[in-house]
Design a protein around this ligand. Structure first.
Ligand code: HEC
Length: 129
């Protein structure tokens, strides 16, 4: 969403349709839980390819300065431990679950599908195994 439209949208939402989907906070916990019996998703078969496709061109320990495209320092997803350390944040900015779907990240470029976002939140809820 263009930054210029955010204040307008926020005002409209606040005034009239605050309770409708799409309004309110831009980020927040998805409410995803780990399925009984665990998940088939792993860092190797899901987490790494997901992060490499959508996140590590900005969020990586291998990038510094302008190459990070303003991705905040210390939020690096090019390792499993980096993802686990930021799991709650990642769910709240890019995940999908029963309570909400977060589309703030990635900031630009190809976006994950909602199904991929659901898998992301499930995998994170299981501890990103
Ligand atoms: C084009 C570069 C870019 C890409 C790609 C990108 N991000 Fe970001 N990310 C940013 C920037 C810039 C910010 C700071 C935005 C802000 O504070 O509003 C940010 C902030 C975040 C934050 C909040 C960190 C904090 O300060 O608490 C999280 C979590 C996050 N990104 C996750 C992701 C995930 C997960 C992906 C991949 C699905 C991703 N990002 C892809 C640039 C990017």
């Amino acid at each position: 969403m263009s930054k210029h439209f955010r204040p307008l949208l926020a005002a409209l939402c606040g005034a009239t349709v605050l309770m409708l989907a799409g309004c309110g906070e831009d980020t927040g916990p998805t409410g995803a839980t780990c399925p009984t019996g665990g998940t088939q998703l792993s860092y190797e078969n899901f987490g790494k390819p997901f992060a490499d496709q959508y996140c590590t061109r900005c969020h990586s320990t291998t990038l510094s300065g302008a190459a990070r495209q303003d991705a905040p320092a210390g939020h690096d997803y090019n390792t499993a431990s980096g993802i686990r350390a930021d799991a709650k944040n990642i769910d709240a900015w890019a995940g999908s679950g029963p309570d909400r779907t977060n589309t703030e990240m990635p900031e630009n470029g190809t976006k994950p599908t909602d199904d991929e976002r659901k898998k992301l939140s499930e995998w994170l809820a299981c501890g990103a195994p």
